[in-house]
Design a binder for this molecule. Structure first.
Ligand SMILES: *[C@@H]1O[C@H](CO)[C@@H](O)[C@H](O)[C@H]1NC(C)=O
Ligand SMILES: *[C@@H]1O[C@H](CO)[C@@H](O)[C@H](O)[C@H]1NC(C)=O
Ligand SMILES: *[C@@H]1O[C@H](CO)[C@@H](O)[C@H](O)[C@H]1NC(C)=O
Ligand SMILES: *[C@@H]1O[C@H](CO)[C@@H](O)[C@H](O)[C@H]1NC(C)=O
Ligand SMILES: *[C@@H]1O[C@H](CO)[C@@H](O)[C@H](O)[C@H]1NC(C)=O
Ligand SMILES: *[C@@H]1O[C@H](CO)[C@@H](O)[C@H](O)[C@H]1NC(C)=O
Ligand SMILES: *[C@@H]1O[C@H](CO)[C@@H](O)[C@H](O)[C@H]1NC(C)=O
Length: 433
């Protein structure tokens, strides 16, 4: 065929693509139910966790974080399923993301900082830097993350396409993204042969629940359509109707001691405060608080301070110990005698790209040690990992360097072409050495 006669075919293909892009996606259940494994998730579970021990907390024995994407508080608050969830739980009306875009928010909730990150590229945090997993394991508390459509356990890639289960005749869909899988970014987790087994798939979730081994700390990331990222809040509502509602009445997931925190990584609109809808659900929410609201100023750092207070954990010595941005969920603060601060003039949490850090090539500074004198909500001291140089404090850091101006990237950035494999492939740029 001559190039000229190909043209109409190409145009046709292009317009078909446009037409399908313009068609709103409609929710289809990936399986018969949240506890039934499905081929729509690429690989079946090969393992169950073996966590039988329960470490008692002051206000809950299990916490399940569920994160949806990019929606302003007001949009969520006026969507029916969310309205009814608010009636069953405690609505946190002043809960906030800490910056934009997505990835730094996921890092913040699990590490107490986002280290200057202001994009969604492929980074890794060195193994001497602590995260929530260190705090939990220090007290023998079991944990896992469950990533919908992650193609296999220990997957380290940037993105993963799978057959489009809602529209099988369409091209494979990029359901899984690494930027929403926080613990894989920490070398202390993903490069540890035992810990990495706890970064799990939704088929593993079904298997773990059915086998009675759902851990005490959980982080759940729905796929790119179910979390509203590529779709709408109504689409995410349909997903919750399919996935969360049945689990709320299943004692293997939600018992008297379970706290479920359903929230969003960040607001959609950058020009307003980063206020996201968040609800505390589950058997651990006191009856008298259900259907009420709490207007205390919380951020993603509160998810760290709240578990620290609940289980008497050590802290990370980062923003998880900054009283202004880490109020403990009030009903947990009450049970643990933690005094929250009344924040009358909250910081703007919608700012991005202005913070120096090891992940900001425009204002690069090395990773520093945490503040070892910080007082966390668990009163347990600051946890440090081996290989940490405690003398490299925030105050001792050199002035930020603009690596972008030197045509370099952060040494902690990796090639996004690393779409498979388990090991770090360092940044190829010579200046990163
Ligand atoms: C995959 O999802 C589609 C859409 O809901 C459904 O029709 C199909 O039965 C699912 N396949 C399996 C194996 O569950
Ligand atoms: C889960 O439990 C079932 C029933 O006890 C068992 O047959 C299965 O092997 C367990 N799964 C794994 C992966 O151990
Ligand atoms: C189970 O093992 C098979 C074979 O090694 C692998 O292809 C599959 O991805 C594994 N499943 C998970 C959830 O890792
Ligand atoms: C952040 O939100 C505040 C309102 O809280 C607004 O005044 C400000 O312009 C926003 N900043 C940016 C960079 O959009
Ligand atoms: C604590 O948080 C506030 C608000 O974001 C910020 O202004 C302050 O610098 C932080 N303090 C430390 C020690 O990081
Ligand atoms: C952490 O480890 C990295 C990699 O070995 C090293 O470059 C850095 O200086 C260390 N940082 C601290 C605070 O110890
Ligand atoms: C760093 O340098 C780049 C390229 O010269 C420039 O675009 C950027 O604004 C600089 N960043 C800062 C924080 O000055």
């Amino acid at each position: 065929m001559s190039p000229a006669s190909l043209l109409p075919i190409l145009l046709l293909a292009a317009s078909a693509r446009l037409a399908s892009a313009a068609t709103a996606q409609v929710f289809e259940p990936p399986s018969k139910g949240p506890l039934v494994q499905t081929a729509n998730y690429t690989s079946f579970s090969n393992s169950t966790l073996n966590d039988k021990k329960v470490v008692k907390g002051h206000a809950f024995n299990r916490i399940i974080h569920i994160w949806l994407e990019n929606t302003d508080f007001a949009t969520t608050a006026s969507t029916p399923i969310f309205e009814s969830l608010a009636e069953q739980g405690l609505l946190l009306t002043n809960y906030n993301g800490v910056t934009h875009p997505s990835e730094p928010n996921y890092l913040a909730a699990t590490g107490g900082d986002f280290w200057g990150l202001h994009d969604d590229f492929m980074y890794h945090v060195p193994a001497n830097i602590s995260c929530v997993v260190d705090l939990l394991e220090d007290k023998g508390i079991s944990w896992a993350t469950y990533q919908e459509n992650m193609p296999a356990d220990e997957f380290y890639g940037f993105i993963s396409d799978a057959p489009n289960y809602a529209a099988p005749s369409s091209a494979p869909y990029p359901y899984y993204v690494r930027k929403h899988n926080p613990l894989t970014i920490y070398d202390a987790v993903s490069q540890d042969a035992q810990r990495v087994k706890r970064i799990r798939t939704f088929n593993d979730f079904a298997n773990d629940v059915v086998n009675g081994t759902l851990p005490q700390w959980n982080f759940v990331t729905p796929n790119m359509v179910n979390d509203a990222h590529d779709t709408t809040i109504d689409f995410a509502a349909s997903f919750l109707e399919y996935w969360l509602l049945p689990l709320l009445s299943d004692p293997r997931v939600n018992s008297e001691e379970t706290l479920i925190v359903l929230t969003f990584d960040e607001a959609e609109t950058y020009t307003i405060q980063n206020n996201v809808w968040a609800v505390a659900l589950g058997g651990a929410v006191p009856l008298k608080l259900r259907g009420t609201t709490d207007s205390t100023f919380y951020t993603h750092y509160s998810s760290l301070s709240t578990i620290q207070a609940n289980w008497g954990l050590k802290s990370l010595g980062r923003q998880d110990t900054n009283a202004t941005v880490s109020n403990v969920f009030s009903f947990v603060a009450e049970k643990t005698d933690y005094k929250n601060v009344h924040v009358t003039n909250p910081p703007n949490l919608n700012l991005t790209a202005i913070f120096p850090g090891p992940f900001n090539s425009g204002a690069y500074v090395p990773f520093s040690a945490p503040n070892l004198k910080a007082q966390g909500a668990g009163h347990g001291g600051v946890l440090t990992r081996s290989g940490l140089n405690p003398k490299l404090t925030a105050g001792s850091l050199p002035k930020p360097v603009n690596m972008t101006a030197l045509d370099a990237t952060s040494p902690w950035q990796m090639s996004p072409e690393t779409t498979s494999g388990k090991k770090i492939i360092p940044c190829a740029n010579a200046a990163c050495a």
